[in-house]
Design a protein around this ligand. Structure first.
Ligand code: UDP
Ligand code: MG
Length: 311
């Protein structure tokens, strides 16, 4: 019989865990496969870990690992995939925004062997903050222009994959993880299913505009070096402009002499060019800092407690 591993990253999810656990157990019963639930407690400060320990005691399918602090969802997903032993592995949020009832359909699709992965995306951004929606759409436009790896707009992390694909993802051991990109980068055949956006059943989202913005920048720098080219092009453009200006000013001075004027325009130009310079320096800094973190080669996460042996 096939085994399906369900990876669930949890950060302060005491309010929804019970609902989630009951639901996933209920859905599992309708699927003809063995199950394993891998809960990754991402340094929660609430009762999440205690609740997980309770489940682990009475349900042998539950495996939990608990981080020494909050390492972020990306790290939690990586840890979960690494611990998984199933022939098929799903990643699912704890808040039921990723409907577990889709698993039936996803698993049936993979059994036909035509696809290696069934991934989900939402149909609309209904119920989302207007500003976040606007910038999210802009982000997908930009990132897809800048990189060859396709990043699907509205894609969620919720997906069911074959063991082969999971093993490939585990080979990508970079520290700055942008999973939406990594899933696509490893290749394989992915079938997309769309569903209506759902609200969290309980608890609060861990994201806000600032965090999403930084995440977006991380995504771009992780999958594209095009911004570096932009700074080169901007630099070349301004060199050309200044060269033409110099010629123009020399000729003008020869003809009309040198009356002192143009102070305001000069300040504007200085401000503008120094802005561009700082922007380009910033771009380089982004890549350098990423490189710096990669070179340190720190572990992606640190486990403090677990109920089963490391895989
Ligand atoms: N999560 C996590 N570590 C974090 C933030 C979030 O493991 O630092 C988990 C969280 O418990 C949930 C999933 O990632 O299971 C998605 O988080 P959330 O629902 O807050 O994000 P949203 O759905 O609002 O994008
Ligand atoms: Mg959520």
């Amino acid at each position: 019989m096939n085994k399906i591993s369900i990876v669930v990253p949890c950060f302060n999810e005491e309010e929804v865990l019970e609902i989630f656990y009951n639901k996933i157990v209920e859905i599992s019963a309708t699927i003809d496969a063995e199950f394993e639930y891998i809960f990754v407690d991402d340094g929660s400060k609430d009762k999440t870990l205690q609740i997980l320990k309770g489940y682990a005691e009475r349900d042998n399918r539950v495996k939990f690992i608990s981080f020494s602090r909050n390492f972020g969802k990306e790290a939690a997903m990586y840890a979960g995939l690494k611990e998984s032993t199933g022939d098929y592995v799903a990643i699912m949020d704890a808040d039921l925004q990723d409907p577990p009832e889709l698993l039936n359909e996803m698993y049936a699709t993979l059994l036909e062997k035509e696809y290696d992965c069934v991934a989900t995306k939402r149909k609309t951004r209904k119920g989302e903050n207007f500003i976040i929606s606007f910038f999210s759409k802009l982000f997908y436009k930009i990132i897809n222009k800048l990189t060859k790896t396709e990043i699907v707009n509205g894609a969620r992390d919720y997906r069911l994959m074959t063991r082969q694909m999971v093993n490939s993802i585990l080979q990508v051991t970079e520290y700055n993880r942008f999973s939406k990109g990594i899933f696509s980068w490893v290749g394989f055949n992915t079938k997309w299913i769309a569903y209506d956006n759902r609200e969290r059943v309980a608890g609060k989202t861990k994201w806000n505009f600032g965090k999403l913005f930084v995440y977006a920048l991380d995504g771009i720098t992780a999958f594209s070096t095009a911004p570096l080219l932009i700074s080169v092009l901007a630099g070349m453009f301004f060199c050309m402009v200044s060269f033409l200006m110099i010629i123009f000013i020399i000729i003008r001075t020869c003809i009309y002499g040198d009356p002192v004027a143009g102070w305001p325009s000069m300040i504007c130009i200085i401000l503008f060019i120094s802005g561009i310079q700082l922007f380009c320096l910033g771009i380089m800094g982004q890549y350098m800092s990423k490189e710096y973190m990669e070179i340190k080669n720190r572990p992606i996460y640190i486990v403090k407690e677990r109920n089963k042996e490391e895989r």
